[in-house]
Design a protein around this ligand. Structure first.
Ligand SMILES: Cc1cc2nc3c(=O)[nH]c(=O)nc-3n(C[C@H](O)[C@H](O)[C@H](O)COP(=O)(O)O)c2cc1C
Length: 196
């Protein structure tokens, strides 16, 4: 940042931190076994809830899964995968999922108005990104996961959710990254149109 910036120095520093977190966050496919402290997740959730939400609906609800529920989700996923891809694939996925240190599920309210429903879903996506970035800034990686299992009605019912009231926006797996993958993005020029 140049010294003749109109921003005060403290803002420069905050901007640098924000830029690092935004650019550096990656979806994590392999976690170390340690479970991050509960307080870190709670602090990240406290920050995540400042997400924009039209009409101030705050349409999100977050479920923190304990081991019993995780086992049930893994079993449901295994059943679905066995049917679609066979036992070997299902077993391999179950083993991988059993290693995931932390599990959250974010759901959105299902408003009767379809436009409101869409906007509420968008607000929940903002909450998730806030959550991922806040956790990342504490060294905790995440994967937002939306497999077949999250769209299955039994998924909601095993979390005690009425599928007429809420939909799953995603599972958010978290933990300390074992590996941070590389990613690229298209340049700004490739998606920006300057109109007169
Ligand atoms: C709505 C949504 C659903 C996603 N579902 C999955 C998923 O089911 N499995 C997965 O591996 N990644 C999933 N991701 C993460 C993307 O694959 C990931 O963001 C993308 O590969 C870019 O990598 P990055 O997050 O490290 O930049 C999802 C992301 C979003 C926004």
């Amino acid at each position: 940042m140049s010294t003749d910036s109109i921003l005060p120095p403290c803002v420069d520093r905050i901007e640098t931190t924000v830029a690092c977190v935004l650019r550096g966050r990656r979806t994590i496919g392999a976690f170390r076994p340690e479970v991050p402290p509960r307080e870190v997740v709670l602090e990240a959730l406290e920050l995540a809830r400042w997400a924009p939400n039209h009409k101030k609906t705050e349409p999100w609800h977050v479920y923190w899964l304990g081991p019993e529920t995780v086992t049930q989700v893994i079993a449901l996923n295994s059943r679905l995968l066995t049917a679609s891809k066979g036992v070997a694939e299902a077993d391999s996925k179950s083993k991988k999922w059993a290693q995931i240190p932390g599990w959250l599920v974010v759901t959105s309210e299902l408003a009767t108005d379809p436009f409101r429903q869409e906007e509420d879903y968008a607000a929940c996506c903002c909450l998730i990104q806030n959550l991922q970035l806040a956790l990342w800034s504490a060294g905790v990686g995440t994967k937002w996961s939306t497999g077949e299992v999250t769209r299955h009605p039994e998924f909601l019912s095993l979390l005690g959710i009425d599928p007429n009231q809420r939909r799953a926006v995603g599972m958010i797996w978290y933990g300390y990254p074992a590996v941070v993958p590389e990613q690229t993005r298209r340049s700004v020029d490739s998606f920006l149109s300057n109109l007169p």
